[in-house]
Design a protein around this ligand. Structure first.
Ligand SMILES: Cc1ncc(COP(=O)(O)O)c(C=O)c1O
Length: 378
């Protein structure tokens, strides 16, 4: 009853049905080949400290929403990085280094990808240069420096930092490790997405139940596309794929609506920082334009409540540390169930087994604390 009262007003901002939906496993695996997924799993599962992240049942929430099961993949337990991003950048560094010890790796980043690259470089004893824009917080810079990387601050926005990273890397012979793919930069982003697909490989052996729905947070779409490739390779049945974005950064939704990759203007940065992106990466676009059934967007307003409710066992028997980007899947599922039309379209019912990705833990400790305090008040 208390849970019902807390969540009954949660709402979707925008909702889109993808009229171009068709899920063709072989087409997905043409963009992200199965052997790359297999190799990522073989290599990463041998890293020191590797363990599958927990698949937690949100049993209190599934009772409340009258659904079969809700599984929460808890990426707060992913190595030291407390985020699925550990599977991407660090893995790409390992592959491109080809066991060389004298190379320097570089990347431009707003945070978590750079941390993963820095961690990967540190594990292998490589030098690492991370370019950040003037907007990246001191807290985030510290969390990258902690892995031994040199930070280079660039005046202007993310694009400026990427430009400077490319310029200096070319001049000095550094190896760039970006997670965004373009027409002529594909291999490294493929490696990062192959790393992310591990979440599905693990899930496939953590439950015998068929997953019917997956809610996938998106920034540039790399995580979502990596998971979709994992589904194409590892799942026997194809679940419904629902893409989730912040209200003011819905570049996937708008691209799917326009049937072409569009660049948007972000009017207001979201608190879900890693997802506040204005343009999709090219390969994820090629994968998601047909394989996502639905897109939706949500505002920031329910994020603090969700963070606090995860911590206070409102959804499950277990306490869960979930940061700002872990919340959107739960918010979207609840909001979809609150809307009869959407619930019917999604075909959410007592036979549904939903997978949510708990992308990160308290990566930004200062923000996490703030959200927890705010979300505990109301
Ligand atoms: C912490 C974090 N950063 C970034 C992203 C976005 O990933 P991508 O840009 O690959 O879509 C997510 C999830 O969507 C996230 O949880």
């Amino acid at each position: 009853m208390i849970l019902r009262n807390k969540i009954k007003k949660w709402k979707i901002s925008k909702f889109l049905i993808n009229n171009n939906y068709y899920f063709d496993r072989s087409k997905v695996l043409k963009h992200l080949p199965g052997y790359m997924l297999k190799e990522a799993f073989n290599k990463i599962s041998r890293w020191k400290g590797y363990a599958k992240t927990p698949l937690i049942s949100l049993n209190k929430l599934s009772n409340e929403l009258k659904l079969g099961e809700i599984f929460y993949k808890d990426e707060s337990k992913r190595f030291h990085l407390k985020s699925f991003k550990a599977l991407g950048g660090a893995y790409a560094v390992e592959v491109i280094s080809k066991k060389r010890k004298n190379i320097v790796v570089s990347s431009a980043t707003a945070g978590n990808h750079g941390r993963s690259v820095a961690w990967g470089a540190q594990k292998l004893g490589l030098n690492c240069k991370i370019f950040v824009s003037q907007h990246v917080s001191k807290e985030r810079v510290k969390s990258i420096e902690q892995f031994g990387a040199e930070i280079i601050r660039v005046k202007g926005n993310y694009e400026k930092s990427l430009g400077e990273c490319k310029r200096q890397s070319k001049k000095n012979g550094w190896e760039i490790v970006q997670d965004v793919s373009t027409d002529n930069y594909k291999f490294v982003p493929q490696l990062t997405m192959a790393g992310y697909s591990m979440m599905i490989k693990e899930t496939s052996v953590q439950t015998k139940k068929y997953i019917t729905h997956i809610f996938l947070q998106a920034g540039v779409g790399g995580m979502a596309a990596g998971v979709v490739a994992g589904v194409a390779k590892y799942f026997k049945r194809i679940p419904k794929i629902i893409i989730v974005e912040p209200k003011h950064a819905d570049c996937v939704l708008r691209s799917i609506k326009s049937k072409k990759k569009v660049k948007i203007k972000i009017k207001k940065e979201s608190i879900m920082g890693g997802m506040s992106c204005n343009e999709m990466s090219l390969l994820p676009w090629k994968i998601l334009r047909n394989t996502s059934n639905f897109c939706l967007s949500i505002g920031d307003n329910f994020v603090p409540n969700t963070v606090a409710m995860l911590a206070k066992k409102a959804f499950s028997d277990k306490k869960i540390i979930g940061g700002e980007c872990a919340a959107p899947g739960i918010i979207s599922l609840i909001s979809a169930c609150n809307n009869k039309f959407v619930r019917n379209k999604f075909d959410l019912n007592e036979n549904s087994n939903v997978l949510l990705i708990g992308c990160e833990g308290d990566v930004d400790k200062v923000l996490y604390k703030k959200l927890l305090i705010k979300g505990s008040k109301n």
